[in-house]
Each structure stands twice: as C-alpha cells, then as structure tokens.
Design a protein around this ligand. Structure first.
Ligand code: AHR
Length: 334
C-alpha cells in the first residue's frame, strides 16, 4: 500500500501579530525588556529566543529538539536559550518567567499540558514579548496571548489510525488496548478523541486505556499490566512510537509475537518506530512531523518585523504501512 498524505493544509487566519509586534516596538517600549535594546529585535540584529521544551521523553522529542537547535543558530541570526522542562508544567512556567526577566525578544514553547497557561502568557504579553506555540496547543479563550501555533492536527492523526484499524480489522470483534500520552497533553486528548470517533460503529472495542506518559519504559510497564489483566488483546493503539516499542518488549516477554498475535498501531514515524514497522512488529504508523525549527525561525522573524503571521499552521503528516516503511526508511531524516 502506498504512503498516504494526511494533510498539506495551512490554515490562514488573520493574526494580531502585526499589531502586537508594532506595539512592542514603539510606544510601549519602556515597559518591555527586549534583549539588547528597547525594540523587539536586538540592535545588533540577533534575535534572542527563549525556548522551553517539554522534555526528552521520546525519539520524536529528540528529533524536534535537534531541528530547533540546528536551525536557531548564530549563523541564522539567533541567540537560542533552551531549557528542558522534564515533562513538568511548573518547570516550563519557571523557564518562561526567567526568559521574561532576561528580556528575550521572543518566547517559544511546546506546552506539556493544555491548561493553566493564561497567567504566565499574560505576563509575557505585559512585558511586550511575543510568544509562539510549537507542537502542542494551549487551551485558552484568549488567542491574543500568543502569536501563532504551529503543529500537527492530532485529532486527524488519531482518526487516521482508527480508520486504518477499521479498514483492516472491522468484523473480527477485535479487543483493543490504548496507551495514552501524558495526561492533559494536547496530543493525548486529541489522538484519543480522533481514534474513538473513527472506530465508532465498528466492532473494535477498547477494553483498557491508560497513560504511558509517551515513554518507552512506561509503555512497557503499562502493557505488562494489560497483558496480566486481559488474555484477549488483539490490538494496541499507542499514542506514540516509543510506547509502542515498549509494548513490543512486553508482548515478546509474554511469549507472543507483536504485529501478528497482537497488532500494533502507533503515531510519530521516527526511525526506531519505522524500523519496527518494516520488521513486521508494528502494523501501521501515522506520522507526526517533528521538524518545526525552520518554520519557528521564519515565524519569529516575521513577528519581530511586524509582519502578519498565520494564527494556526498545520504541518504536513503522512501515514505508513509495512511496505511503505521499507521504502521510506533509507532516506528517513528522523
Ligand atoms: O507532542 C508530540 C508528541 O510528544 C509526540 O507524538 C510524542 O512522541 C512526544 O512525546
């Protein structure tokens, strides 16, 4: 089966970016702390960008961090300040407050969970520092608290996974277990919603669902628990490759064959996942593209130049079955 392109859509919406950036660069300059000068960009033209990363929980996250660090370089006009929140919201809030105090030109972050950001985002706004969301959304009714959100459509990813499961397995009475991402994180909430809506009306039934926190170790532990509790599991839906890879270890340790005795569908399509797919241990992977560095650089430059930016940019994702994974692996970037 051929590779499937999920979406190439870029949703354009008029942003408050231009107005916000202009405000930050002019009369309000005295209240804001732009790095190296009173305007958004430093006088030397270097953009100081504070980035708060979720953590280092997965292969996807490593590829995302590399993309950001490889792009936001001195050669490209950036002074990148990078912090790893170790999957803790309080660490991200602390990092963002520190960037505000340091007077960076732009703050970017991938929120570990969806809720609880309004206060710190308001502090950044008051300081005149624009914020760009990457990868994950915040659940806020005030869209003026950030300039742009670039990331995948997680609901669509879950739907695509569910649709493939229905195409392949409907009519066989499959019992499925779900390894959810971090509780409260946008990809965990949205992928669950998308998968559940896609299997509705089929005879695939989710018999158990727990968080594995997007890590291989927790994916393995939770899968061990599922195998102890249920002797009739046909399918695993894991919200990312790493948890799926952990599930493979648990399934093999239980004397079963992953991809055959128990089918596995995951999301991300990082190299380790794609290798397991090509090896027949995973059955289908929906991609989540982590290469967000170049777009982040572009958006940051535009925001500081007072140009209009799209409020929501949906990145392109694909989906792979086992044959497609074999074709894609030799040239896979991440
Ligand atoms: O937010 C993207 C998700 O976060 C990826 O699917 C997962 O691997 C990561 O931890």
């Amino acid at each position: 089966m051929a590779r499937t392109t999920l979406t190439r859509t870029v949703l354009a919406a008029v942003s408050a970016a231009a107005l916000f950036a202009l405000g930050a660069c002019s009369s309000d300059a005295g209240t804001q702390t732009g790095g190296g000068g009173e305007t958004g960009a430093a006088d030397d033209g270097v953009i100081t960008l504070g980035f708060s990363q979720v953590g280092a929980e997965s292969g996807w996250r490593a590829a995302n961090t590399k993309s950001i660090q490889d792009t936001l370089t001195a050669e490209n006009g950036f002074d990148l300040k990078f912090s790893d929140a170790q999957q803790k919201q309080e660490n991200q809030i602390q990092a963002i407050r520190s960037y505000i105090t340091q007077g960076v030109d732009v703050i970017a972050f991938s929120p570990v969970v969806e809720t609880g950001w309004d206060a710190v985002l308001q502090e950044a706004k008051t300081a005149g520092i624009p914020v760009i969301l990457t990868d994950r959304a915040v659940d806020s009714s005030d869209e003026t608290l950030y300039e742009s959100f670039i990331g995948s459509d997680f609901v669509l990813e879950g739907e695509t996974a569910g649709q493939w499961a229905v195409e392949q397995y409907d009519g066989e009475g499959y019992k499925a277990v779900e390894l959810q991402g971090t509780t409260g994180a946008a990809p965990a909430i949205d992928r669950k919603e998308g998968f559940e809506s896609a299997i509705e009306g089929s005879d695939i039934e989710i018999i158990d669902s727990q968080t594995g926190n997007f890590t291989r170790a927790e994916g393995k532990t939770v899968m061990e628990g599922f195998l102890n509790a249920h002797d009739d599991i046909d399918l695993v839906f894991a919200h990312n490759d790493d948890m799926g890879l952990g599930a493979i270890e648990a399934i093999e340790a239980a004397g079963l064959t992953p991809g055959e005795d128990i089918k596995i569908i995951t999301i991300d399509a990082v190299k380790d996942g794609m290798q397991a797919l090509a090896d027949g241990k995973i059955n289908y992977i929906v991609e989540c593209n982590p290469l967000l560095g170049p777009d982040l650089a572009d958006i940051a430059k535009k925001v500081l130049a007072g140009e209009e930016v799209e409020k929501r940019i949906v990145v392109k994702d694909e989906a792979f079955d086992q044959e497609a994974a074999k074709e894609a692996l030799p040239t896979r970037e991440y």
